[in-house]
Design a protein around this ligand. Structure first.
Ligand code: FES
Length: 120
């Protein structure tokens, strides 16, 4: 039986920072997708240059969140419009569900994402 992406995330070890690249390579109110061990991870940049990373799968029916519209610190899924909070991965009411989040950091203009078993 194949592992779910969530299980793969949980089993990643050891914990480490993965360099994504320059912040300026991610458009404001846009995203960039990186793949790590088969995991699609969407890196979002808000209008105020805050960076978030979430598994690029909507908790509804796995829509590609990276192709959604960013507003504030949320993204609207391109498939059915669920709104996902980028800091927690939680769907906003009345919808219910959560996608995996990853810690991010920006040092000297370079974005990194922490890959570990623990959700941010
Ligand atoms: S797959 Fe995202 S709202 Fe349905």
């Amino acid at each position: 039986m194949s592992q779910s992406l969530e299980n793969i995330v949980e089993n990643l070890s050891p914990r480490h920072w993965y360099t994504v690249g320059p912040l300026t390579d991610i458009p404001r109110l846009g995203s960039r997708v990186v793949h790590h061990h088969g995991l699609p991870i969407a890196i979002f940049r808000t209008a105020s240059d805050t960076v978030f990373a979430v598994l690029d799968q909507c908790p509804h029916k796995k829509g590609p969140l990276s192709q959604g519209i960013v507003h504030g610190e949320s993204v609207s899924c391109p498939l059915h419009g669920w709104i996902i909070q980028l800091d927690t991965g939680e769907a906003m009411a009345p919808d219910h569900g959560c996608t995996h989040t990853f810690k991010t950091r920006v040092e000297e203009g370079i974005v990194s994402v922490e890959l570990s078993g623990a959700a941010a």
